[in-house]
Write a protein that binds this ligand. Structure first.
Ligand SMILES: *Cc1c(COP(=O)(O)O)cnc(C)c1O
Length: 350
């Protein structure tokens, strides 16, 4: 059994004698080096951090295990979140494990089917709001202020604390911080969390340096890049379809303190990166997670010299939850009869 991050990183987490220590198997995710992508992109060393390997298929589980443990410690009976999909899946799973009620509010018709299926089978109470994520989050903030229910969106500081452990893992595995960290930005909790993690490890002298934080929004949902709220965010990458990020200021601080950038990538660049990552590295990430690789490719094409650098791309969630997005412009099957000779002919082996 793996050690819970609640135990492994307890010195960096808000753990008390009363915090329940448990694990659904989250964290300790693979850091995979990909030489084919290094060659393709022209990067010295390139690693993919596979957060889709978490129990519900996204990094949200790291934050959720801490948020739910602290909710249990506080005697909470119910948790609530707004979600583009992955937060609701994670909240529902951890609430189920701990015997809590989970209430999730999702934007109507805007959530990938695999994520919705998760919330349903884990037994969450699911409300579909006729609005976008930002409006759903507003509802949840209002409701959790009024009722004795714990908010488990990334506004909950325990979520950020749990998610920062991914930065610790990267340093623990590589022996030091990478030069660059590429990461998708939606509500901006995760870039905030990673930066917090790198800074804390640096201060604890576990790392001699800190990475430049390279955050990427989708072009149709890029409020930080454009400098204003996007009222109707649109992108194929539903997990970052957010027009008014809750951690906006903290993301900007992470960018500026690290000497990094927050930029944007188009849906076409995102889908191309998703394909490239799958076909060159054998890693199937959901569209939002491919924004990190798309960003790396974009900057390298624009002249950022990474040839002697070590970069890590955070692959935030598994592609299996959103097969619709992946199949959108897919090549059709080659239809064949159940006949050996005919198949040999099609394959050019005849
Ligand atoms: C939540 C999520 C993001 C965005 O993270 P933020 O903390 O909202 O910036 C990116 N990718 C995936 C797969 C996610 O689930």
């Amino acid at each position: 059994m793996r050690t819970s991050i609640l135990v492994r990183y307890k010195d960096y987490l808000p753990i008390t004698a009363d915090t329940p220590l448990f694990s659904l198997g989250e964290a300790d995710t693979p850091l995979v080096r990909c030489k084919a992508l290094e060659t393709e992109i022209g990067c010295g060393e390139l690693y993919l951090k596979l957060e889709g390997c978490n129990p519900t298929g996204s990094f949200k589980d790291r934050g959720m295990v801490v948020a739910i443990a602290k909710a249990m410690e506080a005697g909470s009976k119910a948790v609530m979140c707004a979600s583009t999909g992955n937060t609701s899946a994670s909240a529902a799973a951890y609430a189920a494990y701990c015997g809590l009620t989970a209430v999730v509010i999702v934007p109507k018709g805007k959530i990938a089917l695999g994520k919705l299926a998760q919330a349903i089978v884990y037994g969450a109470k699911i409300l579909s709001v006729d609005g976008n994520f930002d409006q759903a989050l507003q509802m949840v903030r209002g409701l959790t202020e009024k009722h004795p229910i714990t908010l488990v969106n990334s506004l909950n500081p325990h979520r950020i604390d749990g998610q920062k452990t991914a930065a610790f893992e990267i340093v623990d595995v590589l022996g030091e911080a990478p030069d660059y960290l590429f990461i998708p930005v939606g509500n901006a909790g995760n870039i905030t969390a990673y930066w917090k993690g790198f800074v804390e490890y640096f201060q604890a002298t576990k790392a001699r340096s800190k990475p430049k934080m390279m955050g990427f929004q989708a072009e149709g949902a890029a409020p930080i890049v454009r400098g204003h709220v996007v009222e109707k965010p649109e992108t194929v990458a539903s997990a970052i379809r957010i027009g008014n990020p809750a951690s906006w200021k903290k993301a900007v601080a992470a960018r500026d303190e690290s000497g990094g950038v927050i930029d944007m990538v188009s849906d076409a660049e995102i889908l191309a990166a998703q394909r490239l990552m799958a076909s060159k590295a054998g890693v199937f990430g959901e569209p939002a997670s491919a924004a990190s690789v798309a960003g790396l490719i974009k900057l390298s094409r624009k002249g950022l010299d990474l040839s002697k650098k070590r970069a890590v791309c955070i692959i935030t969630g598994t592609g299996l939850k959103d097969t619709d997005a992946a199949l959108k412009d897919a090549q059709p099957f080659i239809e064949v009869p159940a006949d050996l000779a005919a198949i040999e002919k099609v394959l050019g082996w005849a």
